[in-house]
Design a protein. Structure first.
Length: 101
């Protein structure tokens, strides 16, 4: 019997991504054919898919960015979700004073 793929493959990475995005960091996707992306210098392997599929992030035009690179940030729905998640979950980990560099 096969097991279904988890809704969020790596919850820790997902919560870390929400934390950084909530603090104003930008998610960078250098290759639109690859689900990997970069957030504050770290590679995310699984967080992009649920962030995008749940409609929590939106692409924006970065005038200072590179051509053919996609840039994402939380949209209002994503910000509300991140605020609730950080307030209610993960034992305060999401609400740390860590700031985006």
């Amino acid at each position: 019997m096969s097991h279904p793929e988890p809704i969020i493959a790596d919850r820790g990475e997902f919560i870390d991504a929400l934390t950084h995005l909530r603090r104003g960091c930008v998610l960078v996707r250098p290759d639109p054919t690859d689900e990997r992306c970069v957030l504050n210098g770290s590679t995310l392997y699984t967080a992009f898919k649920p962030l995008a599929s749940y409609g929590l992030i939106e692409e924006f035009a970065n005038a200072d960015g590179f051509e053919h690179v996609q840039y994402y940030r939380l949209n209002p729905r994503g910000r509300a979700f991140a605020d609730r998640a950080c307030r209610n979950g993960n034992k305060g980990r999401c609400c740390s004073d860590w700031q985006c560099a």
